[in-house]
Design a protein around this ligand. Structure first.
Ligand code: FE
Length: 410
């Protein structure tokens, strides 16, 4: 069974990453910040977690306001680092744990946290600015990440209490995962800062001390605060401490702080803290759940039916995207004119290319293609959905239509 072995709260200011990349660790102005991360790195080296669950937010780097999720869980087997306008940071990609991510997503949705899922989107400084200070990463990272993005940019944000409950549900999900994994939960953001408007530069380190104290002993008082309360006390962008509350919810009721540091270098009181639990087993564990999505229990007994789930979506991402791109006039013209050239743009495996070349509609669905992208390919191939349906049933179009009430010309 997977277990949560502790928690980390940390700021995620991009300047931490910039200063790190420029090797400013010993610069007197930066040293107090970097010194504060050394005990965290030692703690992680000693505890050796397999996975870090990161409650973080994306800063309009991988997600945009055309579709901005409240809660989104990353289910990819690997994550790239975002280019935030000044080039990609010189950090290696980091592994995900796709099986754990799918399990946690299934469990959260079954607990009525209706998570968005994301794949193939890079992680921005919400993850990577503290990550590089805490975990060695040359030539590679020592474990995997499970990123859970929380909207803190566009109101309405989820409440602090909702984030806390999300953390509790994440704990239950992790504790019902059958593989032996050691997991550390990380909440990022804050502490006090404001970086827009005339109030830019606002800080209140006394409030930050109060926050850090209540966080350990009386988190429910923090959960009761509105976003306006947090903005008034800590500055507008400090409301992102709701991501710390998700981390707090994933820990046991009683915790102890084993390391804490904060340092106001420029505009943010940059904090880092490590929390251990009073009792390892936890207070919110549920019995082991043999199947992570009980809504689909028994679906495998329904003949000729293939539920499109996260595992298939991860496996067939590039193939689904190949078909999805048929919404682009230039791409579908390329597919029609030169299928092999379209493949060259699409990162498809040999098996996937073969399924496409043969227009094996049933094989594609069985492989993990969603019908709702597949039908776009059918349009380019000058096939109707009715012809595709007949093919999947192993029938001629005429035989299939004979089973329908509407005549073939309809
Ligand atoms: Fe932020």
């Amino acid at each position: 069974m997977a277990t949560i072995i502790g928690g980390i709260g940390t700021s995620h200011v991009p300047t931490i990453g910039l200063a790190y990349d420029r090797k400013r660790q010993d610069d007197p102005a930066w040293a107090p910040l970097f010194e504060g991360y050394k005990p965290v790195a030692r703690w992680l080296a000693e505890k050796k977690p397999d996975v870090l669950v990161f409650f973080y937010n994306d800063h309009a780097n991988s997600f945009f306001f055309d579709c901005y999720p409240t809660f989104a869980i990353g289910v990819s087997p690997e994550f790239d680092m975002a280019d935030e306008g000044a080039g990609r940071r010189p950090l290696p990609n980091i592994a995900g744990n796709a099986r754990l991510a799918e399990h946690v997503a299934n469990r959260l949705v079954n607990e009525e946290f209706d998570m968005a899922t994301f794949q193939d989107r890079p992680l921005d400084h919400g993850c990577n600015s503290p990550l590089a200070l805490m975990w060695p990463h040359e030539p590679g990272w020592p474990g995997a990440i499970l990123p859970i993005a929380i909207n803190v940019l566009q109101h309405p944000l989820p409440t602090a209490a909702r984030c806390y409950k999300l953390g509790q549900a994440v704990r239950r999900a992790i504790e019902s995962f059958p593989e032996d994994l050691k997991v550390v939960v990380v909440g990022t953001g804050g502490l006090s800062h404001q970086i827009h408007g005339e109030r830019t530069g606002f800080n209140d380190t006394d409030w930050d001390e109060t926050f850090l104290s209540l966080f350990v002993d009386r988190p429910q008082e923090l959960n009761a605060l509105t976003h306006a309360d947090l903005i008034r006390r800590g500055g507008a962008e400090s409301a992102e401490v709701i991501m710390w509350m998700a981390m707090r919810g994933a820990l046991t009721d009683k915790i102890r702080c084993v390391h804490q540091n904060h340092y106001l270098a420029t505009t943010t009181n940059m904090a880092v803290a490590v929390y251990e639990q009073e009792e390892e087993g936890g207070t919110t564990a549920q019995p082991h759940l043999a199947q992570s999505n009980p809504q689909l229990r028994g679906v495998e007994d329904i003949p000729g039916t293939y539920a499109f789930d996260i595992a298939h979506s991860v496996k067939a991402l590039h193939l689904n995207r190949f078909f999805w791109r048929h919404r682009e006039p230039t791409f579908r013209a390329l597919v029609a004119a030169d299928l092999e050239a379209a493949f060259a743009q699409s990162r498809l495996t040999d098996e996937e290319r073969d399924l496409v070349r043969r227009k094996d509609w049933l094989g594609l669905v069985r492989y993990g293609v969603s019908f709702f992208v597949l039908e776009k390919f059918a349009r380019v191939q000058k096939m109707s959905n009715l012809q595709v349906y007949a093919s999947m049933r192993g029938e001629s179009l005429e035989d299939f239509l004979a089973t329908r009430r509407v005549p073939a010309s309809a």
